[in-house]
Design a protein around this ligand. Structure first.
Ligand SMILES: [Zn+2]
Length: 244
């Protein structure tokens, strides 16, 4: 007898397998990120179909075989209907899903990550949600995911010499693990200068709950540096992990 496992999950990806099957990547509340095979799910008669669309929240049940997990039940909980109606929102959801794909390798249960993912989709789905806050939803997810995975940058003292930082003379180096002082910057030639306003935004994102962080007003001039710092940080983590 196989044990049946039940959990809530958010469907992140599906790929056709053979004539009637599909392999799903699901981020689950109880088991973290898993791959589960939907046998015969592309047949019209399959009762599993209705719960297994991308970005659905569903209660799923599966059995663990020798090599893979097989889906045995899927009950739709939430379609996130409003999210589906907006292309910009869908884009953010895909980017969030891409981060989970690229940064999570093992099947570790991490309830904080589940909460972050659910919160991101619920925010995107909220009818009252303003499109101009889309970037903030994404950055909030990214930096807090980084935090949960143990890659969070140092945002207070200098990451190298631990000295206090002087405003206007701060630099950010992903290689050194966060902010660094001018002396260390000159010595290591690593990183680039960073606007103190960007540091403030990052601190709020990393320390505050979403209701507080969602009130951040991002000035136009800060959009580009925020985007660059996230991209640089992400590429650094991905490259470093590939080397190991
Ligand atoms: Zn220093």
């Amino acid at each position: 007898m196989f044990i049946h496992y039940r959990t809530q999950g958010i469907i992140l990806r599906k790929v056709d397998r053979g004539e009637y099957d599909q392999l799903f990547t699901v981020y689950t509340k109880e088991f973290g990120k898993i791959d589960v095979l939907g046998k015969g799910i592309r047949k019209i008669s399959s009762k599993l179909r209705s719960g297994m669309e991308i970005f659905y929240l569903a209660e799923i049940e599966f059995i663990q075989g020798k090599t893979y997990k097989t889906l045995t039940d899927a009950i739709l909980i939430d379609k996130f209907k409003n999210l589906r109606k907006s292309l910009p929102k869908l884009n953010v959801a895909h980017k969030v899903s891409g981060l989970l794909d690229n940064l999570i390798y093992s099947q570790e249960q991490e309830e904080k990550i589940w909460d972050l993912l659910l919160q991101a989709l619920e925010n995107l789905n909220s009818a009252a949600f303003k499109t101009k806050n889309l970037r903030l939803v994404y950055y909030y997810f990214f930096w807090n995911l980084i935090l949960e995975l143990g890659y969070s940058p140092e945002l207070y003292g200098c990451a190298i010499c631990r000295k206090n930082l002087e405003p206007k003379k701060i630099y950010f180096s992903q290689k050194e693990g966060g902010l660094i002082c001018q002396d260390c910057f000159l010595k290591t030639k690593s990183g680039k200068d960073i606007n103190p306003e960007i540091v403030k935004i990052l601190r709020i994102i990393l320390e505050k709950s979403w209701p507080t962080a969602s009130r951040i007003k991002i000035e136009k001039e800060h959009l580009k540096p925020l985007n660059i710092i996230y991209k640089d940080y992400l590429s650094f983590i991905l490259e470093r992990d590939n080397v190991i």
